[in-house]
Write a protein that binds this ligand. Sequence first.
Ligand code: AKB
Length: 319
Amino acid sequence: MNKILVTGALGQIGSELVMKLRELYGSDNVVATDIRKPDCKVVNSGPFELLDVTDMKTFSKIAKKYTVDTVMHLASLLSANAENNPLLAWNINMGGLINALEVARELDAQFFTPSSIGAFGPNTPKDFTPQDTLQRPTTMYGVNKVSGELLCDYYYKKFGLDTRGVRFPGLISYVTPPGGGTTDYAVEVYYEAIKKQAYTSYIKKGTYMDMMYMPDAINAIIQLMEADASKLVHRNAFNITAMSIEPEQIAQEIKKHIPNFKLNYKVDPDRQSIADSWPNAIDASAAQQEWGFKAKYDLASMTKDMLEKLSKNQVHKVS
Ligand code: AKB
C-alpha cells in the first residue's frame, strides 16, 4: 500500500481508518473521499475529494489523478437504513461496489471492502457460526453483503485483482457515531450513559450479537491488507469478532464505572427482527490462522476506554 484511496471516509470506520493510514503511510498518500465536505480533521489533514461512489466517471478520474495502488471501499448504507429504503441500498451498496472494483481493476490496485455479520441469515448456525456456512440473509443489507463477497471473489478469480475483506461485527467507537445500523444501540448506550446515566435500548434483553472496539477493527483492516497473499484462502469474507454480548452485559459493565446507570427497554420490532436473523457468536479461527487476527479489547477494557474518552470529549465540549 503506497497510495490509498478511501471511499466513505467520513463514516464510522473511514474517519478513524484515514487518520491511522495517514499516520502510517504519510498524509499525502491517503486520498479521502466522501459525498460531503465538512470542515473536519479528515478533510483538512490530507488530500480530500468529493465523490458519489455511484458516479463511475468521477471515481475513475480521482483514482487516476492520484495514481492510487490501493482502494478501500467503505461507502455503504447500513442494515436498518437499507431495510427502510431497499432500492437506494441496492443502488449505493451494489452500484458503488462494482464501480470501486472496476476502478481498482483499471489501476490494478489492491482492494478492500467490508462484509458483515449481516451476510448471515436465520437458518445459519447461530453459535460458533463457521467461516464457510449457509448464507441466506433476509435483509437487503444481507443480500448486498453476500453479493459483495461473491463479487470480490469473482474479481480475484477472473481478473487476478487482489481483493480482501472481513465480516465485521457491530463496531463501537467514541469518534464518529454509526448511522442506521442494527448494532448502533451498543454505541448509543455509552453516549447516553455519560450524558444521562440512562439508556433505552431498542434491542431486547438477551439478544446476543458480535461486537468489536474500533481500534481492533482498524488494526484488522491494515493487518489483512499487509498479510502474505499466499497464506489467504478466504480473502473476502473473514469472520472476525472480539466479543458476543447482549444489552444487560454492557449495562453491568457500565455500572462498574457509573453505579446509578439505568438500562430501560423499548424494543423496535424492525431492528429486533434484523438482530434475530443474525448469529449470536461467530467463529473467527480462519482469520486467526490465515493472517493472525487477534482482538485486543474485551467488553471490560472497551467499556473503560469508551467511558474515559467520552467523558473527556464532554469536558472539552463544555469548556
Ligand atoms: C449494522 O448494524 O448494520 C452494522 C453491521 C453489523 O454490519 N453495524
